[in-house]
Design a protein around this ligand. Structure first.
Ligand code: BG6
Length: 442
């Protein structure tokens, strides 16, 4: 591999310290980017040694690195940053979306070195229209295959394990269709509350923060047809097919969505609306649910229920495939009518298959059993996995332009119905299980 330069715009920020540098550290420790030059750029008046200390503390490594003080929305400053690069740069925008857009506009006035890659964080725009505008700006800078729109869920080993679970054995795949599956749930309920992220979160909310991005990617993997290979074109085409076919259940945003925000409770002293930096009139939701239809031959008629919430007492991070009942249980067998379920856990990382068999004791009485397997952690944390794709020039795990737009297209009618007041903003105490009238199964 040739020498590489990673330029982090927004180097002094929280994302860089909490996720990016630890991911990079894991990659360095695994020997993936031996000739790396790292350049940190931000407006703060830091010097090389303060930055190097940040890199050491957060990444656990000490790559060749320097700090360039720069206003990254000015072309002249960006030229100075790029002049410090050694080898084809990957420019990581660890910046709020509005600043990223301005930095990209400034880059139009800069001659970008051959092989430059652009790495962007979510959210990619705030609607299909704004995502399309950002996408067309980006493709004026570099070709699409050099644009990495990061969704760190695609770097999670368990999310990627969905591919092995589905396509590397003959057991499950023949059952994963509308003949056998009653419903699919993708749930990411967190105990974390706002964590001082009001500046970002109060403009996003649970629908954009989790469902439009991460959970739709999981849906893409769960529902896609088998790709011929994991080459970027194959994998991303199959995922795009599914997301293009996805729409709201019955095209009825009011009936198939729920929104709520937490009030004070055991997991948060403050109600969301009272958290510093939150504008309560924005009515930002901290919990969102939607029911989607995947209108393909395979999945037509099967509801996909997606939900994510913060400050919930019952942490639940999993995809659950619920199977239809057997056509007929012989008379004489009785006692258990729970449906069969395949669960894929995203922390703890495990799968389990729950089904009914004759249990111990009375052989005519059915009992539920569960076959399970734990997944060990992946070699790399999600950001390490995503960065590996950037350094290898492999966009497989990046979100393609059209998919970013499709994911907004799917949720936009919900946002519109919420804005029009067609779905009430419910409340739930922090630490509870969320509002009572959930759209989930149980
Ligand atoms: C982030 C969201 O993208 O993903 C957070 O902005 C969320 O709100 C987080 O908590 C969950 O991901 P992980 O990997 O930390 O479980």
């Amino acid at each position: 591999m040739t020498d590489q330069t990673l330029i982090i715009l927004g180097a002094t920020g929280d994302l860089t310290a909490r996720l990016l540098l630890p991911g990079l550290g894991a990659l360095l420790a695994a020997g993936h980017v031996p000739g790396l030059t790292l350049i940190g750029a931000a407006t703060e008046d830091w010097d090389d040694s303060r930055w190097q200390q940040r890199v050491r503390e957060s990444s656990g490594g000490s790559p060749a690195t320097r700090y360039v003080r720069a206003d990254v929305t000015r072309a002249a400053d960006l030229r100075t940053v790029l002049a410090a690069a050694d080898g084809p740069p990957a420019i990581f925008f660890a910046l709020p979306p509005a600043v990223t857009a301005r930095a990209c506009e400034a880059l139009l006035e800069v001659d970008l070195p051959e092989g430059t890659r652009l790495v962007l964080e979510k959210p990619f725009g705030v609607s299909a229209e704004t995502a399309a505008a950002l996408n067309s700006l980006l493709t004026r800078l570099v070709p699409e295959e050099r644009i990495h729109r990061v969704d760190h869920f695609l770097g999670k080993a368990t999310v990627l394990n969905i591919l092995g679970l589905r396509f590397a054995n003959r057991i499950f795949e023949p059952l994963l269709n509308n003949t056998h599956v009653a419903s699919v749930e993708i749930v990411f309920d967190e105990s974390l509350a706002l964590e001082n992220r009001a500046g970002y979160y109060d403009n996003a909310g649970a629908l954009a923060d989790m469902i439009q991005s991460h959970l739709l990617q999981i849906l893409g993997l769960l529902a896609m047809e088998a790709p011929i290979s994991l080459a970027a074109a194959e994998f991303r085409d199959r995922k795009a097919d599914v997301l293009r076919a996805t729409r709201l259940w019955d095209d009825d945003p009011a009936a198939c969505s729920r929104r709520a925000r937490y009030t004070a409770g055991s997991l948060s002293r403050l109600a969301y609306a009272d958290e510093p930096g939150v504008d309560p009139h924005k009515q930002t939701e901290t919990l969102a649910e939607v029911v989607l239809a995947v209108d393909t031959w395979r999945w037509s008629g099967v509801p996909f229920r997606l939900r994510s919430g913060k400050a919930l007492g019952d942490t639940r991070k999993e995809a659950v495939i619920t199977f239809k009942k057997p056509p007929r249980v012989p008379d004489g067998l009785h006692g258990c009518d729970q449906p069969d379920r395949l669960r894929i856990g995203f922390g703890p990382d495990r799968i389990s298959l729950d089904f009914n068999i004759n249990g111990p004791g009375d052989p005519f009485e059915l009992d539920p059993v569960s076959l399970g397997a734990e997944f060990g952690p992946g070699d790399l944390p999600p950001y390490g996995e995503v960065l590996r794709g950037v350094f290898d020039n492999d966009p497989t795990l990046s979100i393609r332009a059209d998919v970013a737009e499709q994911c907004w297209r799917i949720v936009e009618p919900v946002t519109a119905a919420w804005r029009a007041g067609k779905v009430p903003l419910q409340e739930y105490p922090a630490g509870s299980r969320g509002p009572a009238d959930s759209l989930l199964d149980g």
